[in-house]
Design a protein around this ligand. Structure first.
Ligand code: FAD
Length: 247
């Protein structure tokens, strides 16, 4: 999996603070300098004032101002299973690599056996991996060898069948029905900061599946650079909180 930040609102925390100051100001933020509108906020420097205001908004659940800055991410090589989880979030905009217009007819099945085209879950190869909802714990070497062999054979056969169906002239959009849910996909998705925090609440949590957790942690790493004050506060005071809204 490769997660990149493609585009993002410039100076997002200034946008958040400007929107929040609009709420409580008798003047018009359109006519004020940033220093003027932040004048009454506690802090010696503009950075300290931003930190005070952002912390105050987050602590009081005043999330509206965080809906203004928007970021666009690209991810390469997540499973269609992970995609299904991510696309449940209705305030995110998505573009998904098509399996109607992109035919994976040139992938070598030998490479699929080695891990190309289909995501390999850690539980297929790591005897010590214990996932959520797993009935047993760690397994012995013989069991993990058998598990990996079943997994690799199954996904390789699926890709071979898919390619044979393409060779018969079947449309890629129909031939794809035989591919596994672990088949890789590339996506572009955009969301605002409020939604990013909501996804982090849901998907960086321990009860989330390893793949979407990995994706969310990578998005959070980008977010920490893009909106440093917000995500420092989120990390310290909000991440892992129990009062999530769903499921
Ligand atoms: C660990 C885990 C296990 C899960 N298991 C399952 C499962 O077995 N089956 C399954 O179907 N899903 C499952 N989900 C998905 C989950 O139920 C949600 O559908 C998904 O996380 C989207 O989050 P959300 O409901 O907060 O909605 P989002 O689309 O992210 O919306 C954000 C918020 O906006 C508000 N909102 C959005 N749309 C509406 C609306 N129409 N009406 C009212 N309020 C709205 C809600 O407050 C919502 O929390 C699971 C999620 C997790 C994290």
């Amino acid at each position: 999996m490769d997660v990149r930040l493609l585009e993002a609102t410039e100076d997002p925390e200034r946008v958040v603070c400007t929107a929040a100051r609009c709420d409580y100001s008798s003047g018009f933020v359109g006519d004020q300098s940033f220093a003027e509108m932040m004048d009454t906020v506690e802090g010696d420097t503009i950075e300290e004032k931003k930190e005070t205001l952002i912390g105050h908004l987050l602590d009081h659940g005043h999330f509206g101002p965080f809906e203004h800055p928007q970021a666009t991410f690209a991810v390469e090589g997540i499973s269609r299973s992970c995609m299904a989880q991510l696309t449940r979030h209705r305030h995110v905009s998505f573009d998904v690599q098509s399996m109607r217009y992109v035919a994976f007819d040139d992938v070598d099945p030998a490479d699929v056996r080695e891990g190309a085209m289909v995501v390999t879950p850690p539980s297929a190869t790591d005897p010590d991996w214990v996932g959520r909802n797993q009935s047993g714990g760690a397994v012995d070497g013989e069991t993990i060898e058998r598990r990996e062999q079943i997994f690799r054979e199954s996904v390789t056969e699926s890709v071979e069948s898919y390619q044979e169906l393409l060779e018969t002239g079947m449309a890629p959009e129909d031939a794809r029905f035989v591919l596994p849910i672990g088949t890789e996909v590339n996506m572009v998705f955009s969301m605002n900061v409020r939604m990013l925090m909501h996804i982090a609440d849901m998907r960086a949590a321990a009860d989330s599946q390893w793949e979407i957790r990995e994706l969310t942690e990578a998005v959070l790493d980008h977010a920490a650079e893009w909106c440093p004050l917000t995500f420092a506060h989120y990390d310290e005071h909000m991440k892992g909180r129990k009062n999530r809204l769903a499921p």
